[in-house]
Design a protein around this ligand. Sequence first.
Ligand SMILES: NC(=O)c1ccc[n+]([C@@H]2O[C@H](COP(=O)([O-])OP(=O)(O)OC[C@H]3O[C@@H](n4cnc5c(N)ncnc54)[C@H](O)[C@@H]3O)[C@@H](O)[C@H]2O)c1
Length: 328
Amino acid sequence: MKNILITGGAGFIGSHVVKRFVNNYPEYNIYNIDKLTYAGNLNNLNEIENKENYTFFKIDINNHEEILKLFNENNITDVIHLAAESHVDRSIESSFEFAKTNVLGTLSLLEASKKSWNLSSKNNIFYHISTDEVYGSLGLKGSFNEKTKYDPNSPYSASKASSDHFVRAYNKTFSLPILISNCSNNYGPFQHNEKLIPNIINSLIKGEKIPIYGDGKNIRDWLFVNDHCDAIELIFKKGIIGQTYNIGSGYEISNIDLAQLIIKIYDNIKLNTSESSKKLIEFVDDRLGHDFRYSIDFSKIKNNLGWKPKTNFQEGILETIKWYLKKN
Ligand SMILES: NC(=O)c1ccc[n+]([C@@H]2O[C@H](COP(=O)([O-])OP(=O)(O)OC[C@H]3O[C@@H](n4cnc5c(N)ncnc54)[C@H](O)[C@@H]3O)[C@@H](O)[C@H]2O)c1
């Protein structure tokens, strides 16, 4: 019997992970805790909210007493940790909340796991979800693998790098059974409007300007959120304790090409062919410390666990655009 705690389950990726685990594992109890910040939305979870194996608690992961109580009262056996402040731009505006939630909040969960679990039983997993941004920025060549040295550039990536280090340290120091994965940029339904792809789509829907940082040449690797969830489920079930896995799509595109591609697909759907929405693109001052390129070498998870992305970008982005059109 497993009592799995998923943190940040009202957010974008977390809500997909919660739905997947609630639906796929009726024999497990799934506890979702979320502070419900501006980024959390319980409507993301409507389809499973009444399922018997699902419980939601509104808890801040920094509230260590509440977290300990939750572990003890529900005999939490495993943690999949996604709760975080996740938007790079906000971390540049104000970094404190990023250090509090991403670093101290992670520590609060690690401590609760250490205090509550019998570490010699080998029955528990603390799975920390992280980002490829911890590795810093690349030029036009090369990719990040699991041995790439951490070199974070934004307050967001610095806070995630720090949390990764704490998770690894709890494994080395206390033998806490941990797993870490570092994933590239996700997109798909239920993502907050502040992020790049929803921002482009929503601007198109409203006929508003589409802001693109700098010259638009920065390159990202984009993974459909369901493919990330496949990887999370697989790592949780089959990952080797103590290890890190990189997750990515291999689909790299510059921000300006991404915007133009989404515009093309959107205009096709709307049959708005007389006038292209390309005129909505507006170049704005570059993000401070903007990383040029991220690229993921995901051969470890591919070769060792048999994962690879299933969704090609055209399919995934079409599904995403249709979801935002329906939502508006
Ligand atoms: N979105 C991506 O492209 C991406 C890529 C790689 C890794 N990640 C990581 O995946 C995780 C989820 O990312 P996301 O995009 O779904 O983020 P999100 O911002 O959509 O969701 C984060 C959730 O955490 C909750 N939360 C924030 N502070 C909290 C606190 N103190 N206590 C409890 N809950 C709190 C929010 O209410 C929200 O529901 C993060 O750890 C992020 O670093 C994201």
